[in-house]
Design a protein around this ligand. Structure first.
Ligand code: GZL
Length: 331
């Protein structure tokens, strides 16, 4: 029986085990023979995935992408959701060491605090693929970082705001999770770009942890306390922007019209807000990192080297493009 070709990348041994086997023992034996008498119980690779939580639509989409891709490639994924608690991520990673998983995918909540456990994973010979956020640690402790360039995202948001406005612009900034790579870098990129546009000035900057409810709460507090009007909101992600939009509307402001709102992620809810004219622009930061993450895992399990840094490309969408683009959105 000619071996069926499995188009999905996989380990040679795994190609057999991951294939969809036709019914009937004979077919299975024939297939195994074609794979060179593979053990019928060829071990599927076990991958530990330490995920931050489900704080935003982006995060939920990232988890779904990685889970779906592991499944499609016949790999066993142990997903541990830390529910936004850093200590639970560290606990999960030490659990992966104890269970001797074959590889780890990590979305690190903050930049600081992961180096000790990354050393333990390295000592255990377990390769680590970082996705979506970086860490302050010796780069030899992880195989690769697959993430967007958050500094560039912040710069794109600032340059768009400069091009979309004239005269003085007072800006309110809603920051992502304190200490996280995207919050640090999106702030840095935005403020560095503003240096060339002194008429644009950030007058308030508040952390809102990438969460819609917190974005709304912080904006309500700012609207109560800010004596002078502001003309723009820069949110480090869509969820906080959408929360701020709710607060602005409740206060009688017209988000997208008398106060421009620019955010990052470009999730489907952001496109829907742009179609409504409430969100002015969104910088895309794709969460669909499953294929690249599992490519890296499979390369590492084959003993191959991988790029230390994979930069995921981003682009900005304006409200005028939203209706045409919305049907294409996959998260
Ligand atoms: C970016 C990611 C950020 C998103 C937020 O890679 O870490 O975390 O921008 C998410 O929506 O909560």
């Amino acid at each position: 029986m000619p071996p069926m070709h499995d188009p999905r990348p996989g380990l040679p041994g795994q190609a057999c085990a991951a294939r969809v086997l036709p019914a009937g023992l004979f077919a299975i034996l024939g297939l195994l023979a074609a794979c060179g008498a593979e053990e019928p119980t060829a071990k599927r690779p076990v991958v530990g995935f330490s995920q931050i939580g489900a704080e935003s639509a982006w995060r939920v989409a990232e988890t779904a992408s990685i889970v779906a891709e592991a499944e499609a490639r016949g790999m066993e994924l142990m997903l541990v959701d830390a529910q936004g608690r850093m200590e639970k991520q560290l606990e999960a990673l030490r659990g992966f060491v104890a269970q001797r998983v074959d590889a780890v995918i990590l979305a690190p909540q903050k930049e600081q605090g992961f180096e000790p456990v990354l050393k333990e994973l390295k000592e255990a010979g377990i390769p680590v693929v970082l996705v979506d956020r970086g860490v302050q640690a010796d780069p030899s402790l992880y195989a690769t970082l697959i993430a967007s360039d958050f500094v560039a995202e912040g710069r794109m948001a600032a340059l768009w705001l400069a091009a979309a406005t004239t005269g003085d612009v007072r800006i309110v900034e809603l920051e992502g999770t304190t200490g996280s790579a995207p919050a640090i870098d999106r702030k840095q990129g935005f403020h560095a770009a503003l240096a060339a546009h002194p008429r644009l000035r950030v007058v308030r900057s508040q952390p809102a942890q990438f969460a819609l409810a917190e974005g709304k709460k912080q904006m309500e507090a700012i609207l109560r306390s800010e004596s002078e009007p502001f003309q723009a909101v820069y949110a480090h992600n869509d969820d906080m922007a959408l929360g701020a939009i709710e607060a602005l509307k409740a206060a009688g402001r017209a988000p997208g019209t008398d106060v421009l709102v620019v955010s990052i992620d470009a999730t489907r809810p952001a496109f829907e807000a742009m179609v409504r004219g409430e969100l002015s622009a969104a910088v895309e930061c794709t969460p669909l990192l499953g294929p690249q993450a599992l490519d890296a895992v499979q390369s590492l399990l084959r003993g191959e080297r991988v790029e230390q840094r994979v930069v995921v490309a981003d682009r900005l969408f304006e409200a005028s493009q939203a209706a045409a683009e919305l049907p294409n959105r996959r998260y």
